[in-house]
Design a binder for this molecule. Structure first.
Ligand SMILES: CCCCCC/C=C/CC(=O)SCCNC(=O)CCNC(=O)[C@H](O)C(C)(C)COP(=O)(O)OP(=O)(O)OC[C@H]1O[C@@H](n2cnc3c(N)ncnc32)[C@H](O)[C@@H]1OP(=O)(O)O
Length: 719
C-alpha cells in the first residue's frame, strides 16, 4: 500500500509500503492512485514527493503477480496521471529503483537519488521489456544509444552514473527524503511542461538505421535464442522513430507476446530459484534458518594451481585475509605473480584498490594455524588430499572448518580421515574460480549444519550462486554431465559428427556444444577419470564386445583421441583442429571424420542420419533423467537446486530455466515416453532407463514443478 502525509506544510509525501522491496503489487498501485489524487486535490499541497519505506524506493512490479490474473489499477495510466499532474512530483530514490520502480520515477517530474542508490530496467532478465512506458521515456531522456545499452542488458547503474546520464537531477549523501522535500519546495509553481518526458522528442541520432542494425546484430549473437533482448531493441526503435502514443502501442504489442512466453516463465522461475537455494535444507532436517554460520575473518588456501589461485582471488576480493600455501618455491612465486595480476585486473574493472595486502604467501602449512576456514585445492589424488587433511587437523586451531575443492573424490572419505568429520565440507568451485558464479557446497552425513551454513554464507559473500548438495560421485553437476557426454559419444558412433551435435546444442542455447567444451577443458581430464575407473583399455579392439565395459555400453572414442595426443585446444587438436596449440577457433577436422568412418567400419557400425531433435532428446533427456535420480536419492533438495547449478555453472540457457524446469515445460509424460523409446533401442545403456521418480511423478498426474517437493515427499512416504 502507500501512506500519505503532509510535510513542511505544503508537500504531500507518499511512502510506498510493501516489504521487502516495495514491489508494485495491486495494493501498492491502488495506494499510489489514491494518494496522488489526494495530494493533487488538496489546495494546501504545492508539490509531492514519492519515496519508499525502509531505504528502498521500489523493486518494480510484483513478479509474483505475473502468473495470476492481475487485478488493481494498471501501471501505465497510473504513471501517466503522475506525469500529467499540475503540481511537481519528485521521486526520492534510496536503495533501488528498478523496472516498474524506475518507470514510476520517470513519470515524476524530478528525481533525487541517494549516492548509494542503484537504478535500472532489468525486465529483459525476466524475459520482458520495460512496458510501463520505460522503453519510450528512457530514450527520450538519455538518448537512444545509452537507453539501448541499459534496456537490452538490464544492468543497474549507480547514482553517479545515473546523474551523468541525466536519469536523475540530483544526488545526495544525506537524507534523501529531506533533500527531495526541500527540492520539491524549491520547484513549486514552476512550469512542468519541460519536465514531462513523454512530450520530449527523442534526441537526434545520426545514422539511426546503422545504429539499430549494429545493436540488433550484437544482441542476436549474445541472446542465444532469447527473445526479450530483441523485443527491447524493437521497442527502443519505436521510441526513436514514432510519436510517443504510437511508440506506447508498439511497446504494448511487444510486451503482450513476451508476457505469456515460456521464456519469461523460465527466467522468472530462475529469479526465484536463485533465492530459494539460499534456504537450504539437509536430509537430517538441518536448515538454513536454524543453523548459525561461524564468523570467517581469516581463510587459507592449500595448493596454488589454477583452482587454488582463483579461489584465493575470490576470497581476497571479499575482504578476507588469506594465507595462500604452496610447498614448492617456484610454484609459489609463479602463483603470487598470477594472483596479484588477477587482483589488480579485477580491482581496475571494479574501480577499487586491489586487495594485494590481503594475501600472505607461505610454503609452510603451519602458517594456517589461526585461520577460521581452509580450502584445500591440491591435485586430485585421494592419498595426497588425505595427507593434507591430516596435517591440517594437527595444525589448525580447534573448530577450523576444513573444506575440499575436490570435484571427483569422496568428501566423506576425506572427512573420516580427520578427528572432526563434522568440520569437513566440500566447496566445489568451477574454473576460473574467481569468475564462475557456481559453488556446490557438499555435505556428508557427518558434516555439521554449522559447517554447511558457514560455507554457504561464505559463498554468498563471494557473490556465488551457492547450492548445498549431498555427497555422491560427481555431486550434482558432474553426475548429470556424465550421461550427457556419453550420449554424445554414442551419437558419433551411430553416424553424427561433433559439428552436428554441437550445432544442435548451441542452437538450443548452450554457449558451446559438448565437443567444443570438451576441447576447451581438455580431453585428458575425462581420460584420467575413466582410467581411474578401470574403463580404459588401450588400443583398438574391434567388434561389439570392445564397446561393452563393466556390463554396459561404452564408447572408447575419447580414449582413442587421447592416445593420439589429441587433448583439445591445448594440443591444437581434439574433436576439432586449431591453428596452433592454445588457439580458440575450432575448425572442422577432416582427419577426425575419416577416423570416425574407420572406427565405425572396424566396429561394424553403419552410420545413419541423425537429426537435431534426436541429439537434444538423447543428450538432454539422459541428463534430466539423472537429475530425477538425484532428487530421488535426496542429493539435491529440490529441482531449483539442480536448475541453479546448471544455469550458473554449466551454460544451460537461462531462458530455458534449467534442465528440470525444461522437463516440466516439455511435459514429464513426453520425457518419459522418449526415454522409454531410446531405452528400447539401446537396452545396454542404463542411463536411458527412466528413473523411478519420473515414472511415479507421471503416474501421479505430472504435478507442476513447484509441487514436485510435496509429490516427492508423498511418494517417498508411500514406499
Ligand atoms: C501485460 C502488462 C503487464 C505490465 C507489467 C509491468 C511490468 C513491469 C516490469 C517490472 O517491474 S518487472 C520487475 C523488475 N524488477 C526487478 O527485476 C528487480 C528484482 N529484484 C531485485 O533485483 C532484488 O530483489 C533487489 C530489489 C535489488 C533487492 O535485492 P536484495 O539482495 O536486497 O534482496 P533479494 O533477496 O533479491 O529479494 C528479497 C525478497 O524480495 C523478493 N523480490 C524482490 N524483487 C521482487 C519483485 N519485483 N517482485 C516480487 N518479489 C520480489 C525476492 O524474491 C526475495 O524474496 P524471496 O522470498 O527470498 O524470494
Amino acid at each position: 500500500m502507500a501512506e500519505y502525509n503532509r510535510v513542511s506544510e505544503c508537500v504531500g509525501l507518499i511512502t510506498l509500503r510493501n516489504p521487502p522491496v516495495n514491489a508494485l503489487s495491486a495494493a501498492v498501485r491502488q495506494g499510489i492512485v489514491d494518494t496522488v489524487q489526494r495530494a493533487l486535490s488538496d489546495p494546501n499541497v504545492k508539490s509531492v514527493v514519492i519515496c519508499g519505506q525502509n531505504g528502498i524506493f521500489c523493486g518494480g512490479a510484483d513478479i509474483k503477480e505475473f502468473g495470476s490474473n492481475m487485478t488493481g489499477p494498471p501501471l501505465i495510466p497510473m504513471i501517466h496521471a503522475i506525469e500529467s499532474a499540475n503540481k511537481p512530483v519528485v521521486a526520492a530514490i534510496e536503495g533501488s529503483a528498478l523496472g516498474g520502480g524506475l518507470e514510476l520515477a520517470l513519470g515524476c517530474h524530478y528525481r533525487i537519488a541517494h549516492s548509494k542508490a542503484r537504478l535500472g530496467l532489468p525486465e529483459v532478465s525476466l524475459g520482458l521489456l520495460p512496458a510501463a512506458g520505460g522503453s519510450q521515456r528512457l530514450p527520450r531522456l538519455i538518448g537512444v544509444p545509452a537507453a539501448l545499452n541499459l534496456i537490452t542488458t538490464g544492468r543497474h547503474v549507480t547514482a553517479a552514473e545515473a546523474l551523468q546520464l541525466g536519469i536523475v537531477d540530483q544526488v545526495t549523501d544525506h537524507n534523501t527524503v529531506d533533500a527531495a522535500v526541500k527540492f520539491a519546495l524549491s520547484v513549486a509553481g514552476r512550469s512542468l511542461d519541460p519536465r514531462r518526458i513523454s512530450t520530449h522528442p527523442c534526441p537526434q541520432q545520426p545514422d539511426l538505421d546503422a545504429l539499430f542494425e549494429e545493436v540488433m546484430q550484437k544482441v542476436r549473437q549474445s541472446a542465444r535464442g532469447a527473445i526479450a533482448p530483441i523485443a527491447c531493441v524493437q521497442a527502443v526503435r519505436a521510441a526513436a522513430t514514432l510519436p510517443y502514443a504510437q511508440g506506447m502501442e508498439r511497446e504494448r504489442e511487444l510486451m503482450a507476446t513476451l508476457f505469456t512466453s515460456g521464456q519469461a516463465r523460465a527466467l522468472q522461475y530462475c529469479f526465484f530459484a536463485e533465492r530459494a537455494v539460499g534456504r537450504w535444507r539437509m536430509p537430517s532436517g538441518a536448515r538454513w534458518d536454524t543453523s548459525k554460520p561461524r564468523p570467517v575473518h581469516k581463510a587459507a588456501v592449500i595448493g596454488l594451481g589454477t583452482m587454488g589461485r582463483g579461489i584465493t582471488v575470490a576470497l581476497a576480493q571479499t575482504g578476507l585475509s588469506v594465507i595462500a600455501v604452496e610447498t614448492q618455491e617456484k610454484q609459489l612465486m609463479e602463483a603470487k605473480q598470477a594472483i596479484s595480476g588477477m587482483l589488480e585486473r579485477g580491482a581496475k574493472r571494479r574501480g577499487v584498490a586491489p586487495a594485494l595486502d590481503g594475501v600472505i604467501y607461505s610454503q609452510n602449512i603451519q602458517a594456517v594455524a589461526d585461520v577460521d576456514l581452509v580450502i584445500e585445492a591440491v591435485f586430485e589424488d585421494i592419498a595426497l588430499k588425505t595427507k593434507v587433511f591430516q596435517q591440517l587437523s594437527a595444525v589448525c586451531k580447534p573448530g577450523t572448518l576444513l573444506c575440499t575443492n575436490t570435484s571427483a573424490l569422496d568428501v566423506d572419505q576425506l572427512a573420516s580421515e580427520t578427528p572432526n568429520p563434522e568440520l569437513v565440507v566440500g566447496m566445489h568451485f568451477f574454473a576460473p574460480a574467481h569468475v564462475m558464479k557456481l559453488l556446490e557446497v557438499v555435505y556428508g552425513p557427518r558434516s555439521s549444519p554449522q559447517a554447511v551454513a558457514t560455507a554457504m554464507q561464505l559463498g554468498k559473500k563471494m557473490g556465488k550462486a551457492s547450492v548445498a548438495v549431498g555427497n555422491c560421485r560427481g555431486f550434482v553437476g558432474n553426475r548429470m554431465l556424465k550421461p550427457y557426454i556419453e550420449e554424445a559419444f554414442f551419437l558419433l558412433e551411430e553416424g553424427a559428427t561433433p559439428e552436428l551435435v554441437d550445432q544442435a546444442l548451441e542452437e538450443f542455447g548452450f554457449p558451446m556444444g559438448v565437443f567444443r567444451m570438451s576441447d576447451l577443458s581438455g580431453l585428458d581430464v575425462g581420460w584420467r577419470v575413466r582410467k581411474g575407473d578401470g574403463l580404459v583399455e588401450p588400443g583398438t579392439a574391434s567388434g561389439r564386445s570392445a564397446r561393452i565395459r563393466q556390463g554396459r555400453r561404452y564408447s572408447p572414442l575419447g580414449d582413442l583421441l587421447c592416445e593420439e595426443g589429441r587433448f583439445g585446444q591445448k594440443t591444437g587438436r581434439g574433436w576439432y583442429q586449431y591453428d596452433k596449440p592454445g588457439s580458440r577457433v575450432a575448425r572442422s577436422d577432416p582427419w577426425l571424420h575419416s577416423f570416425l568412418g574407420a572406427y565405425r567400419a572396424q566396429h561394424g557400425l553403419v552410420a545413419r542420419r541423425i537429426d537435431h531433435q534426436e541429439v537434444l532428446e538423447r543428450c538432454l533427456y539422459a541428463l534430466i533423467n539423472e537429475g530425477f535420480h538425484i532428487l530421488d536419492d535426496g542429493i539435491a533438495a529440490g529441482p531449483e537446486d539442480i536448475d541453479v547449478i546448471y544455469v550458473s555453472g554449466y551454460g544451460w540457457p537461462r531462458h530455458r530455466g534449467g534442465p528440470m524446469f525444461y522437463a516440466n515445460m516439455v511435459g514429464l509424460a513426453k520425457v518419459l515416453e522418449r526415454l522409454e523409446h531410446y531405452q528400447q533401442l539401446h537396452p545396454e545403456v542404463p542411463h536411458l532407463q527412466p528413473s523411478s521418480l519420473l515414472r511415479r511423478l507421471v503416474a501421479s498426474g505430472s504435478p507442476p514443478i513447484h509441487k514436485w517437493g510435496e509429490a516427492i515427499k508423498k511418494l517417498h512416504s508411500q514406499l
